[in-house]
Write a protein of this length. Structure first.
Length: 95
């Protein structure tokens, strides 16, 4: 799958004070395949000019890569999504 077609956020945000590079943080739920996909997305983000962060604090974009097959894993993803929304109200969260 080619993730580059999905991204619609520009890596550079232009403000009255100059350009700001956007940071992205990724969260992964699921199998080893999901972990591999997340690493590919991180690489694509970096190649597109984003700063890939290992720390969620201050991230402009939060990507949740999820593949759930049980109701308990669905619940865990929803809980994480709510927590991330509450703790990062100004971040763009992508599921």
């Amino acid at each position: 799958m080619n993730y580059r077609r999905i991204y619609t956020v520009n890596a550079v945000c232009t403000t009255g004070k100059g350009d700001i590079l956007l940071t992205v943080f990724c969260v992964t739920f699921g199998c080893k395949g999901n972990c591999y996909e997340t690493e590919c997305m991180k690489k694509s983000f970096a190649e597109s000019g984003f700063t890939v962060s290992e720390n969620i604090t201050g991230s402009d974009v939060i990507v949740i890569n999820s593949c759930t097959v049980t109701s308990s894993s669905d619940k865990k993803v929803r809980q994480t999504l709510r927590k991330l929304r509450n703790e990062n109200p100004y971040s763009l969260i992508v599921l």
